[in-house]
Design a protein around this ligand. Structure first.
Ligand code: ZN
Length: 142
């Protein structure tokens, strides 16, 4: 029973770690998180697994100056809605960047960071965060 639970957690982690979504071949739309059914095509939709490249730009963002205890050390931090190059949007933290430097339209790429550690089994949860592409490569487009 317990092992089953751990396996489930790992499956979930794998999905987050890879930015695993899906793609509808019928209408060429990308989804994250993956949808069981394409909301546009419904029964005509043909869904396939898709691993996002993790490149995109900032659509909107907010600077968080107050946070629950677990995240207090990181305040202030930036949470943004990222529009991935494939068109899907997701929410993530912006790291490796001064909150003052963050702007709408900024090119970002996913990086994977430890978010928290929990349980006596020492399960570490990783998640995607985003960092400015410019800072990593020196070019706005990798
Ligand atoms: Zn579709």
């Amino acid at each position: 029973m317990a092992e089953h639970g751990v396996a489930q957690i790992w499956r979930k982690i794998k999905s987050i770690y890879n930015i695993q979504g899906n793609h509808c071949k019928t209408c060429d739309t990308y989804y994250f998180p993956p949808r069981p059914v394409c909301p546009e095509c419904r029964r005509k939709g043909v869904l396939e697994d898709y691993r996002f490249k993790g490149l995109g730009k900032i659509h909107t963002f907010a600077v968080v100056r107050q946070a629950p205890d677990t995240f207090k050390r990181q305040v202030p931090y930036v949470v943004a809605q990222i529009e991935l190059d494939e068109g899907a949007r997701l929410t993530g933290q912006i790291v490796n960047c001064d909150p003052e430097e963050v702007e709408i339209g900024m090119r970002v790429r996913a990086c994977f960071r430890k978010i928290t550690e929990f349980g006596d089994k020492g399960i570490i949860v990783y998640g995607y965060k985003f960092e400015p592409v410019l800072k990593v490569t020196g070019h706005p487009y990798p």
